[in-house]
Design a protein around this ligand. Structure first.
Ligand code: SDX
Length: 391
């Protein structure tokens, strides 16, 4: 049987499969398969809208702060001014990290990938949460705040400890986004920098059922705990086909200094049948990622403020190359990477920052899975031998 994959424009893309499939219920990569029911978010590709609990993510990014979006994701409704301030206080008050976690990080190899260090820290943190095995909505809500509050410090100080630098303390006088960017760069951000970073956290906060969120829901569906589910999502997100792409984009941009040089780099990769990081998307495929457009605008503003229009022009030219050569659009990672570079964020922390922002969405999905659970246990299309006898 030839598996036919039809993209959202209805164009049938035949995928020749060597193995004869024994069951037409098998969909490689679960492409376009509905695997969960949720009221958290939905990608309306036709309308080119990312729906977060009924709101348009891009409108949220232009109007409110990440902390308000985190409140929307975790509690189901946008907090008012008082609610936002309370959430900021709760996150600041819960940001302290047990010394034992930093002791553990001091004993992992200095060259450890920063997503592996983050995963290790989140796993170890589980033992410090007295409500770990309480999967009620109330306990999960409190755990989500404690986790979200600590992830920025785990991201930054995991990196600093592995780099032989002293840990940096949280600044309680700054907003969640302002403090996170301060910790990442050891510099109090300018208002424009903080606003753009805050927008990037909203862009990364939640995106329906990507591989990492699916991984978290699969783990939570055994009634395992929120920390373990998020740790599983960290492992998934590290992959360069997924969250690791933003660091890979920066590596590619670092190979060029002009639009012409970037075009040559990209054409070389395409000629070698390599994937160009930051382009394409399983759901958007031949449609633009609304978040990429948002981050492209942010890059334009930041590049102008920092006199780096050259970087913006090079990225814009790279986008045109992929549209011309492959009919593909950039995804969020393509423009988030140069934005993070201009903000002074170390490249090895690009994907950990993505995870930190996505923690709000992940915890919302874990809570939803626990609240209305059905164990995930799919079947296989077996293509191996049968009937073999020992002798
Ligand atoms: C994220 O799911 C989410 O929502 C994820 C995310 C989130 O917020 O959680 O949006 C975050 O992970 C964004 C994606 C980041 N990854 C990358 O930028 C890595 C590069 N992208 C590709 O590897 C790819 O586009 C994927 C993995 C994102 C999607 O791959 P699919 O759906 O499996 O598509 P495919 O491999 O079947 O490709 C379809 C066609 C192929 O051409 P043909 O073989 O049919 O001729 O498109 C081509 C591919 O060769 N193609 C690319 C390409 N992406 C697809 N060609 C070159 N470069 C690319 N990046």
């Amino acid at each position: 049987m030839i598996a036919r994959v039809v993209d959202q424009d209805g164009n049938a893309k035949r995928r020749e499969r060597e193995a004869i499939m024994t069951d037409d219920r098998y969909v490689p990569g679960l492409e376009n398969v509905i695997a969960s029911e949720t009221n958290i978010s939905y990608l309306d590709v036709e309308a080119e809208q990312i729906v977060l609990r009924g709101y348009d993510l891009i409108e949220l990014a232009r109007s409110v702060s990440y902390v308000e979006v985190a409140g929307l994701l975790l509690n189901g409704s946008l907090p008012d001014g008082k609610g936002r301030d309370l959430l900021e206080e709760q996150l600041s008050a819960a940001s302290a990290i047990p010394d034992a976690i930093y002791d553990i990080l001091a004993h992992v190899p200095a060259g450890t990938h920063r997503m592996d260090a983050l995963r290790t820290a989140i796993s170890a943190l589980a033992g410090f949460d007295g409500e770990l095995e309480d999967h009620s909505a109330e306990a999960n809500g409190r755990k989500a705040i404690r986790l979200l509050a600590k992830v920025p410090g785990l991201v930054v100080n995991g990196h600093r400890i592995l780099s032989g630098q002293p840990v940096i303390e949280t600044r309680g006088d700054l907003s969640f986004a302002g403090n996170f960017l301060f910790m990442l760069t050891a510099k109090v951000p300018e208002p424009l920098e903080e606003r753009i970073f805050d927008q990037s956290l909203i862009a990364y906060s939640e995106h329906e059922l990507p591989n990492s969120t699916f991984a978290a829901r699969v783990i939570a569906s055994t009634m395992s705990d929120m920390y373990g589910a998020v740790a599983g999502a960290v492992s998934s997100l590290k992959g360069y086909l997924h969250g690791g792409a933003n660091e890979a984009v920066m590596a590619m941009l670092g190979e060029a200094a002009t639009p012409g040089e970037l075009e040559a780099v990209m054409l070389g990769k395409l000629a070698r049948k390599e994937r160009i990081m930051g382009f394409g998307h399983r759901v958007y495929m031949r449609k633009p990622d609304p978040r990429a457009l948002l981050m492209k605008e942010a890059l334009a503003r930041l590049a102008e403020a920092k006199g780096r229009q050259d970087l913006y022009e090079m990225c814009d030219a790279g986008e045109a190359v992929m549209k011309r050569e492959k009919g593909l659009y950039p995804n969020l990672d393509y423009y988030a990477a140069p934005v993070y570079a201009l903000l002074g964020i170390p490249v090895p922390l690009f994907t950990p920052v993505f995870l930190a922002a996505r923690t709000a969405g992940l915890c919302a999905h874990v809570s939803e899975q626990h609240a209305g659970n059905r164990l995930f246990r799919p079947r296989v299309s077996y293509t191996g031998p049968r009937g073999l006898r020992l002798s």
